[in-house]
Design a protein around this ligand. Sequence first.
Ligand SMILES: Cc1cc2nc3c(=O)[nH]c(=O)nc-3n(C[C@H](O)[C@H](O)[C@H](O)COP(=O)(O)O)c2cc1C
Length: 150
Amino acid sequence: MRMSRLVYCSTHRELAPFHDLQDIVTTAQNNNAANEVTGVLFYGHGTFLQAIEADLVDVAKLHDRLTRDPRHYRLQVIESEPIASRTYDRFTVAHLDGGTLLDAPVVDQTIVARHTLGDRYTPYRLTAAKANGFLHAVERHAQRSLVEVN
Ligand SMILES: Cc1cc2nc3c(=O)[nH]c(=O)nc-3n(C[C@H](O)[C@H](O)[C@H](O)COP(=O)(O)O)c2cc1C
């Protein structure tokens, strides 16, 4: 299998914010489990930061669908690279401030502060290394909080 990773950020277009967010997450979780896509989808302050790892053909197809999805805009690619093997264990969803809108773990502000560029979270200035470092920390945190809940 020839694999690749895409990391991007984008801004949520709030047409019907409540249903929208949960619909996006549910679709991503179902499709990614079926298509062996691993990575993290993180929602914070109205923006998405997502890493996707899969067969490179599947990543390209998903990238294409994402580009045409009207529920977000200002999609900025942070990294798009062939990879030798996966670095994310599974597909994880987490958020900073989706509140009760999202059936997903909440990430601690200290993790955000440690891995990003300051108090005011924005994904648009992240380098690939910082984005992946942050998303790996989110993955670890989310898996711990899921274990605690169950
Ligand atoms: C921020 C965001 C993240 C998304 N992440 C995924 C994802 O990880 N996997 C996926 O299959 N679809 C994801 N989607 C949904 C796709 O854009 C698309 O709607 C979905 O794959 C179904 O495409 P189709 O209707 O052309 O089959 C995401 C959408 C948004 C707005």
